[in-house]
Design a protein around this ligand. Structure first.
Ligand SMILES: [Zn+2]
Ligand SMILES: [Zn+2]
Ligand SMILES: [Zn+2]
Length: 756
């Protein structure tokens, strides 16, 4: 007779871990107990030696699907002579913490139940079990028990309680367990909050959607706006009301077969779609399509997701059409989560509201991902992923890294965990800032973190920076400013488990440089402590500052004027219509009036998009660059590229003057736009390759990390990766965290940890 005391760390609570241990102990005939503590799951088992050994092996191998084991520690102990195996009361330990499970898409067992007429949960929108359902969005504190969730107001009926108490049941200790008798309910109201009489909310909602109405649906982490994706009028109405003229909408399709009708789906993409995280996946859009072009105008990819709650499953099955499912907000505000808040904020957008009374504690947007080279890359990290931590190489101090302005996330570290928050949004209004501050407090509470250090972007105007400076001063924290692109590169290193140094290629739109200029086409020598700027794209003026970002033609004019000189006329170019403004811009640049300098790669893409008349003014971030990428259709082949020079001083400067001139010559020669676009993409990949080869010679480094929002450009990502790999470089790219500013806070935290 041997005995073992086992501690399991990771996501092991709220995911059916104890019943799994209970069953496993039964299978091996072992006695003892299992219990949750604040920091882990503890097990004591005794029995014969072989069974004990096999039990521990199986514990790791056969763990429930929603769990994530980080560590199993087993030590031998004295046998007690237990006569049974029991699940003991949870033990609360002050100061201890553990990761919290993200929300999990409806599992197959629950999905079957809601479509089975004889099941007691037939058509019940809040069906869940230990393998699926809400977690992070309903938890207010740890340990994860029903009284500490928004489910506490629902008292379980005897039948639900029986499931909850039975270790052999799929719903044993499923905290959000509910049924039509005792659980949350749906309600349908109009846009003044007046209840709509109906026997079945889902059936009525489906009729309204088929009639072209816009519905607000209270989902898992907030409201979504839904309408028929095949109805041009409905889509147009939603766009107008939401003040979102062109930015792509995501679509929800009933099942994988439906998705296959609208999009090309690889095996890896199908897996990602149907994963427990169930993100929006960017898929190649089949044409012609019943889905309106205006869902994602000018885009070759369509963001598609599968239903991930029973409510979505039931609604999609009832409607029988693909639905737009987009965040329930007005332009860039946070998504609405409360019923009354939603009616107040969204009554001008939605005609009807599907409400329910299971409160949402944390706002949680849909995640966005794609598959490149057979592996998923996350573009927006929220539902299904956060607050799952990124593992650090070493134990960290307790740090709050405040993130950037756009697509903000923050990061809190403790031990080897980096808790990267869910996507918060663009920090440019009071509502989003309040959401940010509340979410920081929630994470601090859930993971018992009291930061000693606060890290922030060097940009003085970022709200996250202002928040950091205020909070740091108030709480007397050590303050660590971090350069934007350094943070990008380190975030890529961290998720790849790389210490560095590496050559970092950070290509993005805007990042505050140490010289006060706007950086964004950067070649860095970087490690998790510091960096050296080894090279960058040539600086050009940004005429009018931020206005130039909204008006790419200004960038084109700036490039022409700065790099090619006054002698250049616009004749024969689509830009001629801005000839009058060109004169003003020239004066602005000469007199240096509101013309900050930028080395941004994003602006180079903007300039070329404007030269080609693809996009002169934008309606959403990066629109010009996205449409430039889309112009390089994949049924053409073009291996050519444009000339450029690299000036090899102490800092190497990429001079794109010849590139701009050659593009203009191609336009004048009538070369088709797709060919020019592809040649331009080839050129940018070539710039990265040539710079990397030069810098490798100087530094001896063969490891490259690619980061920054420009690498969301799939064509560029592919071309760059293959060019670098062909030359034998070891290239690291993003998978777990976004390459855009949504990943910045992770890099900031690690740099702060290593700062003196
Ligand atoms: Zn389930
Ligand atoms: Zn019940
Ligand atoms: Zn950036």
């Amino acid at each position: 007779m041997k005995a073992s005391r086992i501690t399991v760390n990771g996501i092991v609570q709220g995911v059916g871990f104890r019943p799994f241990v209970y069953r496993l102990a039964g299978e091996y005939g072992l006695k003892g107990w299992v219990r949750n503590t604040s920091g882990s799951v503890e097990i004591e088992v005794e029995g014969n030696e072989i069974s004990l050994r096999d039990f521990i092996t199986e514990l790791k191998k056969a763990a429930p699907p929603a769990s994530r084991i980080e560590k199993v520690r087993a030590v031998a102990c004295q046998p007690h002579g237990y006569v049974s195996f029991d699940i003991k009361e949870s033990e609360t330990e002050t100061g201890q913490y553990q990761p919290v499970s993200p929300d999990i898409a409806t599992c197959e067992d629950c999905r079957k139940e809601i479509f089975t007429p004889t099941d007691r949960r037939y058509r019940y929108s809040f069906t869940n079990c230990t393998n699926c359902g809400p977690r992070f969005t309903i938890i207010e504190d740890i340990p994860y028990d029903r009284p500490k969730t928004t489910m506490r107001k629902f008292k379980m009926c005897p039948q639900c309680q029986k499931e909850y108490d039975n270790p052999a049941d799929r719903r044993f200790h499923a905290q959000p367990n509910a049924c039509p008798v005792c659980g949350p309910r749906l309600e349908l109201v109009d846009n003044r909050g007046k209840p709509v009489k109906c026997n079945d909310v889902i059936k009525k909602a489906a009729i309204l959607l088929k009639n072209g109405e816009v519905l607000a649906v209270r989902g898992l982490g907030g409201f979504q706006l839904a309408c028929d994706a095949t109805n041009e009028k409905a889509v147009d109405l939603l766009r107008k009301r939401k003040h979102r003229p062109a930015k792509p909408f995501a679509v929800m399709a009933a099942n994988p077969d439906e998705v296959e009708k609208y999009c090309k789906v690889s095996l890896a993409e199908a897996e990602l779609l149907a994963s427990p995280e169930a993100p929006i996946v960017l898929l190649k859009w089949r044409q012609p399509s019943v889905i309106c072009p205006s869902v994602a105008p000018g885009n070759k990819y369509l963001g598609v997701m599968l239903p991930y709650t029973p409510l979505h499953h039931l609604l999609l099955a009832e409607v029988g059409l693909p639905l737009i499912m987009t965040s329930g907000n007005l332009s860039e505000e946070p998504i609405a989560k409360e019923n009354d808040e939603a009616i107040r904020r969204l009554h001008g957008i939605a005609d009807y509201f599907i409400l329910h009374n299971r409160d949402i504690y944390a706002r949680y947007d849909d995640s966005v991902a794609r598959v490149e080279n057979g592996t998923p890359q996350i573009i927006r990290r929220a539902r299904g992923y956060a607050p799952h931590p990124v593992m650090l190489l070493n134990k960290s101090k307790q740090i709050l890294a405040c993130g950037a302005e756009e697509k903000n996330t923050f990061c809190l570290t403790r031990e080897r965990h980096a808790f990267l928050s869910q996507h918060i949004g663009d920090l440019e209004n009071e509502e989003t800032l309040a959401h940010y501050e509340n979410t920081v407090e929630l994470y601090k509470k859930l993971f018992r973190i009291q930061p000693q250090i606060i890290a922030y972007d060097m940009h003085p105007e970022y709200l996250a920076t202002k928040y950091a400076l205020e909070t740091g001063a108030k709480q007397n924290l050590k303050m660590v400013p971090v350069q934007h692109h350094h943070a990008h590169i380190v975030s890529c290193m961290v998720e790849n488990g790389v210490k560095g140094p590496v050559l970092g290629v950070a290509f993005d739109g805007t990042g505050y440089g140490t010289d006060g200029n706007i950086w964004g086409g950067e070649f860095l020598l970087a490690d998790n402590q510091g960096f050296q700027r080894l090279g960058h794209l040539e600086n050009v003026p940004l005429p009018g500052g931020a206005v130039a970002i909204k008006k790419p033609y200004r960038m084109a004019l700036s490039y022409i004027y700065t790099l090619l000189g006054k002698r250049y006329s616009l004749e024969g170019l689509p830009l001629t219509r801005f000839v009058a403004e060109y004169e003003i811009i020239k004066k602005q640049v000469e007199k240096k009036i509101n013309t900050p300098l930028t080395s941004s790669a994003g602006r180079l893409f903007d300039a070329v998009a404007a030269l080609l008349n693809i996009r002169m003014e934008i309606d959403y971030e990066a629109q010009a660059a996205i449409e430039l990428e889309m112009a390089a259709t994949d049924d053409i082949f073009e291996s050519g590229s444009y000339p450029f020079t690299i000036a090899c001083n102490r800092v190497k400067i990429v001079k794109p003057g010849e590139l701009i001139e050659a593009v203009m010559n191609d336009i004048k020669d009538g070369i088709p736009v797709p060919v020019i676009s592809l040649k331009f993409h080839n050129t940018v990949a070539e710039i990265i390759l040539q710079m990397s080869l030069l810098l490798k010679k100087d530094t001896g480094l063969n490891q490259i990390a690619l980061s920054g929002g420009v690498f969301q450009n799939r064509l560029l990502h592919r071309l760059t990766l293959s060019a670098l790999q062909k030359e034998g470089f070891k290239v690291f790219t993003h998978h777990l965290v976004p390459c855009n500013d949504g990943g910045i806070s992770l890099g900031q935290a690690v740099i702060a940890q290593n700062s003196e």
